[in-house]
Design a protein around this ligand. Structure first.
Ligand SMILES: C[C@H](O)[C@H](O)[C@@H](O)C(=O)CO
Length: 467
């Protein structure tokens, strides 16, 4: 596999709290990643609702591409982001209004209304997706029908940026699978669910696989950035799918935690697992690279601590060091609905949960952080058990990838709670997965993961009772 000639690719990774433009160089079976541009992201509150500033993100992406153009010849570019959110375009290709944020209050009660109309079995059997109030299915159900009637195209966030980059409008499969109106068995949109809710389906684009070449940058983008002859190639556009592709695992007895704002806890299976048991566990089946299935569960993740720290303004490394020094006390269910919306009162919500459940109430930032990390570790252990039961696959090792893999305390707590070895890294799994799918196409995952292993230093945590 080791090619003598280096190839160079650009990955754009848009996360809920920040974005990056990175340059990846693949040479001799190793991938070198250089982050050229970092920028903040977040919800924009307007008149009681929450939106994404996609035009601001686009400006940052263009700036990153200008920097990339100074690095010589580049073969391709691909964009990934969080899932479920979308832009609507009119027949001229112009955005129809602002792009809604999945944590916006417009979704309050919508999932319940849809579930009262369609049975859980009908939705789950067609899609295999975890019931989460922000899934695209419920977002479309919350749209005014006049806005939907004017829409000519629905594009998920990375697909929207690919459209702006090269003028081609498709939906990449890993992101399509997050919507809860994609059927992973047929590989087609589950239009019957939308029909039943009187939601039009004509605006759904064709579904394309990761590794597909969409085309060259438009002349406008070339002029704006100075890049020339760069192909837009679809990575796994759902960030979690890119991260899972870059899990440095071998064999089959492993699970992953893609650890960041969200904690995505799952395993890879050859086929979707859609059974009464997987429905009862509310497990999700999202598409992975190379036709794999990601059987996983969303856990609220580091979001709770991030929101607390918006107020505390502490250095994260110091905060985690202090949290390691305090004793475990109480635990919360991180997926309790109260933790989903943003808010300066997040620490108070954690305290209220502890008080309502008759546990001791953490007081200091270190105690609250410890409580959240302990809770994430316990939740991870519960989900791994459910994944083993539902799939029949034994899990021996847990790979923690993404930004959260740098938190040694959390890795150790996960190892302890699960009684399994944890291998931490790479931190940049999403960028690596994105870049390697561009570089290697629909290659086999073992080859891709071999490159990740050759390019990354990993850390191992053994399960023991000491945090
Ligand atoms: C809504 C979340 O973004 C989504 O469920 C999760 O899979 C993700 O993309 C985390 O970045």
């Amino acid at each position: 596999m080791s090619k003598a000639v280096a190839t160079r690719h650009i990955a754009v990774d848009l996360g809920a709290s920040s974005g990056r433009v990175a340059l990846g160089t693949l040479e001799g079976g190793r991938l070198h990643v250089e982050i050229l541009h970092r920028f903040p992201n977040g919800g924009v509150p307007v008149r009681g609702q929450l939106y994404w500033n996609v035009l601001g993100l686009w400006r940052e992406v263009l700036h990153g591409l200008k920097l990339a153009a100074q690095h010589g010849e580049i073969q391709s570019i691909g964009v990934n982001s969080w899932a479920v959110d979308y832009g609507l375009l009119d027949a001229q290709g112009d955005l129809l209004g602002a792009v809604h944020h999945y944590r916006s209050p417009r979704l309050d009660g919508v999932m319940q209304r849809v579930r009262a109309k369609l049975t859980d079995e009908a939705i789950y059997n067609a899609t295999g997706i975890q019931f989460l109030p922000f899934n695209t299915l419920y977002q479309l159900a919350a749209e005014p029908s006049e806005r939907l009637a004017r829409a000519d195209k629905l594009l998920m966030i990375p697909d929207l940026l690919h459209f702006w980059l090269c003028g081609v409008a498709v939906t990449e499969r890993t992101n399509a699978s997050s919507t809860q109106f994609f059927n992973p068995q047929t590989g087609k949109w589950a239009t019957e669910l939308l029909d039943a809710l009187n939601i039009p389906t004509e605006f759904l684009p064709a579904i394309a696989q990761s590794g597909t070449t969409l085309g060259l940058l438009t002349p406008e983008v070339e002029r704006e950035t100075g890049l020339k002859g760069v192909q837009v190639i679809l990575p796994a556009t759902h960030d979690t799918a890119s991260a899972v592709a870059a899990v440095p695992a071998e064999g089959r007895d492993w699970a992953y935690v893609s650890s960041g704002t969200w904690s995505l806890v799952g395993i890879e299976t050859p086929q979707p697992i859609i059974t009464p048991r997987s429905l009862a566990e509310n497990l999700t089946n999202e598409a992975g690279v190379g036709g794999t299935n990601r059987l996983l569960k969303n856990v609220m993740g580091l979001w709770i601590i991030q929101q607390c720290n918006e107020v505390w303004k502490l250095d994260y490394a110091d905060l985690y060091e202090q949290a390691a020094a305090v004793a475990s006390c109480s635990t919360i269910d991180p997926d309790d609905a109260r933790f989903l919306p943003p808010g300066a009162d997040m620490a108070a919500r954690v305290q209220a949960y502890c008080s309502e459940t008759n546990q001791s109430v953490p007081q200091t930032p270190a105690e609250i952080t410890r409580c959240v990390l302990d809770s994430l570790a316990h939740k991870t252990a519960q989900i791994l058990k459910a994944l083993e039961d539902v799939s029949g696959q034994a899990i021996r090792v847990v790979h923690v990838v993404g930004g959260g893999s740098q938190i040694a305390l959390l890795n150790q707590l996960i190892a302890n709670a699960c009684g399994k070895w944890v291998i931490a890294g790479p931190v940049e799994a999403t960028l690596m997965g994105n870049l390697l799918v561009q570089a290697l196409g629909q290659t086999d995952l073992p080859t891709l993961r071999q490159v990740v292993r050759a390019s990354t230093a990993l850390q191992t945590f053994s399960p023991n009772p000491q945090p």
